[in-house]
Write a protein that binds this ligand. Sequence first.
Ligand code: CA
Ligand code: CA
Length: 322
Amino acid sequence: MKKSHIVILLAVFIALALTLSTIFSPQKTTEEITDLKDSRKLKEKFLFLYENDAEFKRSVDRLRELLFNTLEEYNKTEAWILFNLILKKLGLPEIELEDFRYGRGGLVPSPEPPSKLKPCCENCVDLEGIIDSIVIPSKDLEDGNGLEALYVCAYKGDFYGYPLSGKIILEVTLVFSDEDSPSRDVEYDVWRLVAWGRIEDIETFFIVMNEETGKVEKISFRGLTIRMKDWPNERRISPIGSGGASYTSAAHKLLIFEDGDGPLVIYVNTWNHALSLNDNNIFLEKHSYRLGDIKVHVGKRVDAENDYSVLKYSSQNVQSLP
Ligand SMILES: [Ca+2]
Ligand SMILES: [Ca+2]
């Protein structure tokens, strides 16, 4: 082979190698993701670093261990150091220890084996006749926190071991694309990616119906518990009633309405998506979702979690009837 041919071949080889390294370089992909206020981009970057940066993955895994290994005491200082390392790798400013307020939340040890869940009753109710619409402040939708999906599970005869006679209970779970805290939202989203494994916000409530008449007897914004698959813990999910709170506040109130009249209009009243049959933001512009506007699945809270979170759940329970 002539010397000039070897030079040309070498040049072609170098050019090809350079092109391939540009295409597959992790640097390029991460540089393209700049605006982390867009939570989808934040999630993308978080998942990319988790797959491609060993130190990032170690930090997330260790922080999850600090949270989920409830047999050991939570070490807040170590959690703060790890959280800052994660923020730094994402290109975000670090935070002071006094501003680090995150902990285990409703996580409690629960070593018993998961209870086997009964399947949802598929053709027990016509949901369109029960829920007319779900109404959200337009601003929340415009900010990227709109309603994405609804999961419904109908229980007949038995509700988590409580005998049901003459009643059907619906467990309704709403999935919002994101949730925006009025203060430090990007940090809050990073925390939720670690502790909840998702950027979406998920809320569950219950509707009690008369089996014979189909009439709604009660709407209950009561909590439940979900059991982690890979850790001997359950998460106590707080009640999600809004009480009197409006959009600038967060709320977790136990709220029960007896005799909801006609097809229900459910109001999202607060930025953390607390709910009510009352509109607490009468002066705010609203967006109204009909069931046809969103994905409706037959399923329970854990089905929604397992569809949207990288963390997995094996079972769920309630502490009382709704
Ligand atoms: Ca957010
Ligand atoms: Ca929420």
